[in-house]
Design a protein around this ligand. Structure first.
Ligand code: XMP
Length: 509
């Protein structure tokens, strides 16, 4: 395995992704990790990430320099390299010119990191500081016009440094450089697969929850579904899933999920239909945050009441993913401002004295999908787009009424059907409809209509932090619009949302 030290780079998740794409397990750790802990992980190599700080800055992050003497190969990237050079007696200074963007790397030593890479190689730079003198025993292995010390090494000690970013796509041979580090220098083996992960995770769950009962909140989304499958394979019927129908689900959703989970996957599930409770409490409420709070609170109450019926449950399972964990431990990750309050059952374990099981907490989303496939989950479930907890409740602007829900369900159904038929469903991060509470004038069969407007939102994104509106073909948009207006009574106009995030958000509320 590889340990990635997080010096706060916006790219550190990408480094971890790239390493795992090479089928090598890796874990991101904060810089204050001590050598003993690192050694207990028995890494085959360490990667020091980049970061926004200057090594001569006041609060610049530092790791114990003893790692350079531990006999473990180290690759420092950008700030990571500058830290290594500074710690070992070299000099780093503010560069005369900030360098940002493409550069041509003239490779001076084609062994080790640059094996099988032709010179010059395009690379991606983003730095304000630069090395001006190397520590003893180091040599330059590559330079660019602006940066003489663009790549350095101390081959005997297996210490390597790159000023540019091999993990980004703008460095076309970056993956080969990382492969060289992993396989030629660290002697890693390609053994990180979802099959081995599943096997290990199942035995760990069996060991932790031997003879115990586990509860899980199943939403039908990929993360909770894969978590359920994994735990089910480990402990069978001792896992009880709770599915809460909040009345804000898509057309026939509860029935469809019941079929898949109960009949095909044989999960032990309790379906709780709490629609009335939710819809009554939401009656007359128009403010998005108030809606979220109400939905979150009732969800917790309903879930807790149901969970209490399961005698002797000791664990609560959650589909937490790795990006959530990294975010909360990041070297520079302060509390981000709350733009929308998302709800989950976070408070429950303490309240009910349950222990947490989070078997996906070291996985990225695409790995969760691959795991789902390994576990025999149907494609349809694996490729579901994310759906917010408050469901259609935040896709009806203003007040949620049963009539508006009926309209939006029909619209959403047509939209999903057409997006799937055109082969776009998997390519989009999310695609959905929003019902607007304003009416517009139309004409149908020579008659004036005065009906609702729906907006179509389709976005591409990697992680929902940023998103762009999808350039869907006009033909597809035309078909969606025609079908919606012709088939759904109550809608006479369809608009397409062409805003990106930021400054807009993905959901309208
Ligand atoms: P925004 O709208 O903030 O959404 O760009 C980012 C991602 O989060 C989802 N989302 C929610 N998920 N509860 C959830 O569980 C919520 O209240 C909520 N609001 C937004 C949204 O669908 C997108 O994937």
């Amino acid at each position: 395995m590889i340990v990635v030290i997080d010096f706060g780079s916006q790219y550190n998740q990408l480094i971890a992704r790239r390493v795992r794409e090479c089928r090598v397990y890796c874990q991101i750790e904060p810089p204050d990790i001590d050598l003993k802990t690192i050694e207990s992980l028995a890494p085959d190599g360490i990667i020091l990430s980049g970061g926004p700080a200057s090594i001569y800055g006041k609060n610049s992050p530092k790791i114990d320099p003893a790692i350079f003497d531990a006999g473990i190969p180290v690759l420092g990237i950008c700030y990571g390299m500058q830290f290594m050079v500074d710690a070992l007696g070299g000099t780093v200074k503010k560069a005369a010119k900030r360098e940002y963007g493409f550069a041509e790397l003239d490779i001076q030593n084609k062994e080790n990191l640059f094996e099988k890479i032709d010179s010059p190689a395009t690379c991606w730079m983003s730095h304000g500081d630069a090395i001006t003198a190397l520590p003893e025993g180091f040599s330059i292995t590559g330079s660019t016009e602006n940066t003489p010390y663009a790549a350095v090494e101390h081959a005997d000690r297996r210490l390597y440094g790159l000023q540019f970013h091999p993990e980004v796509e703008h460095t076309p041979k970056g993956k080969q450089i990382l492969r060289n580090f992993l396989f030629n220098i660290c002697n890693c083996r390609r053994n990180w697969t979802m099959k081995t992960f599943a096997k290990d995770a199942i035995s760990q769950i069996q060991a932790a929850a031997a003879d115990k009962k586990v509860i899980l909140g199943l939403s039908g989304g990929v993360d909770s579904s894969v978590t359920a499958m994994l735990i089910h394979q480990a402990i069978g019927a001792r896992l009880t899933c709770i599915f809460v129908d909040n009345g804000l689900l898509r057309l026939d959703e509860a029935a469809k999920l019941k079929k898949v989970f109960k009949e095909h996957l044989h999960l032990n599930i309790r379906f709780v239909n709490a629609s009335k409770l939710f819809l009554d409490a939401l009656s007359g409420v128009t403010d998005p945050e108030k809606k979220r709070k109400i939905i979150g609170k009732i969800f917790m109450d309903v879930f807790e009441a149901e969970a209490k019926k399961i005698n002797g449950a000791e664990f609560l399972a959650q589909g937490t993913l790795y990006p959530d964990i990294i975010e909360s431990q990041s070297a520079f990750g302060g509390p981000t401002s709350i733009i929308k309050s998302h709800h989950n059952v976070g408070g429950l374990p303490k309240k009910m004295k349950l222990k947490l099981i989070e078997p996906l907490k070291y996985l990225f989303k695409d790995e969760v999908r691959a795991l789902g496939k390994t576990l025999g989950m149907p494609e349809d479930l694996i490729w579901r787009q994310p759906f917010p907890g408050p469901g259609l409740g935040i896709r009806i602007i203003g007040e949620i009424t049963p009539k508006r829900l009926t309209i939006l369900r029909k619209v959403d159904d047509i939209l999903v059907m057409e997006i799937k038929a055109a082969g776009y469903y998997k390519k989009l991060w999310q695609s959905f409809a929003v019902l607007l509470p304003i009416k517009s004038v139309g004409v149908m069969g020579d008659k004036r209509t005065y009906e609702n407007i729906v907006a179509i939102r389709a976005v591409t994104s990697k992680d929902a932090m940023t998103a762009d509106w999808a350039r869907l073909p006009h033909k597809l948009l035309a078909k969606i619009s025609n079908r919606i207006i012709n088939e759904v009574t109550g809608v006479n106009r369809v608009a397409y949302d062409i805003s990106s995030k930021p400054p807009s958000t993905i959901e309208w509320e």
